[in-house]
Design a protein around this ligand. Sequence first.
Ligand SMILES: Nc1ncnc2c1ncn2[C@@H]1O[C@H](COP(=O)(O)OP(=O)(O)OP(=O)(O)O)[C@@H](O)[C@H]1O
Length: 332
Amino acid sequence: MPFALDVESISFSYPGSGPVADGFTLRLEDGEIGCLLGPSGCGKTTVLRCVAGLEAIDAGEIRLHGAVVSRPGMTQAPETRRVGVVFQDYALFPHLTVEGNVAFGLRGAAKASRAERVRELLAAIGLEAWATRYPHELSGGQKQRVALARALAPRPQLLLLDEPFSNLDVDLRERLSLEVRSILKAQGMTALLVTHDQHEAFAMADAVGVMRRGRVEQWDTAYNLYHRPATRFVADFVGEGVLVDSEVDGQPVSQLLRPDDVLHDDESPVKGEVLKKAFRGAEFLYTLRLDDGKQVLSLVPSHHNHAIGERIGVKLDVDHVVAFPRLSGSDD
Ligand SMILES: Nc1ncnc2c1ncn2[C@@H]1O[C@H](COP(=O)(O)OP(=O)(O)OP(=O)(O)O)[C@@H](O)[C@H]1O
């Protein structure tokens, strides 16, 4: 079986700039939800535009279910790729009702089957009662669900989502990511999401690619990106933590300590001075200075409320060591 999406070693530059995608590779199985996660400017949106057919690649190849849609000198038009796109700004048609918006991509289909598909999708997004409302009557989350239904209506072979929740507040973002994931899974849709928000990536995707300078640095499950980052960049970008100088097998290394590796324990002889504290609801995130001067982060249940300057006992609970060679000067 060919991959639903197979992006093989593509390169792309805007006129007059260096490469924005640089030997970029990514594969998605049928029904898989992938995510590109990375800092601003690393090339996420550009890769999505190449996959949609909005940019012509300079090298490599893009295939959808085995059919070549892009190679140097050949770019199949976006409208014939059967690729749906959802953007962050919803882009709903203000003069069309919810059902009018969802039906928009079904022009040309028979009336009865069009009505049936619209009904099915409004049920999937839980907005049947809103069919005859207009976009200005909807909340941000509802608008984004309508945009999703509109993109799904013509049954694309791939759905691209570009920062779809970034206009929504944080709580809604995570809830909607999970909701959208279950809608996509129910429809068996293959999807590629782009975001710089790791909570969104973790909530929605089966696998996440951390991007840096036009390439994927690690393609993995959320769990592995957090607990087994392959590079210093991934360790730094995903989750919180500090790198402390240490030795493994006699070699000088920087060891990654996540806040959940450092436990608060009153009995422990190792003490840390509270330098900073951030209330997270269920937990405090403490920044502690140990007696040897090293700083670590510690996640502590929030009923342990300690003042800045207080010394508290800590112990390490590291079930596997993640370490990188120590930096020598200018490399990063
Ligand atoms: N139309 C354009 N012409 C020239 N350069 C561009 C154009 N669009 C984007 N770029 C540049 O390409 C690089 C990658 O941009 P891109 O939008 O793909 O990044 P991104 O990872 O999606 O970032 P963000 O999270 O900020 O949206 C950036 O340096 C950007 O300035």
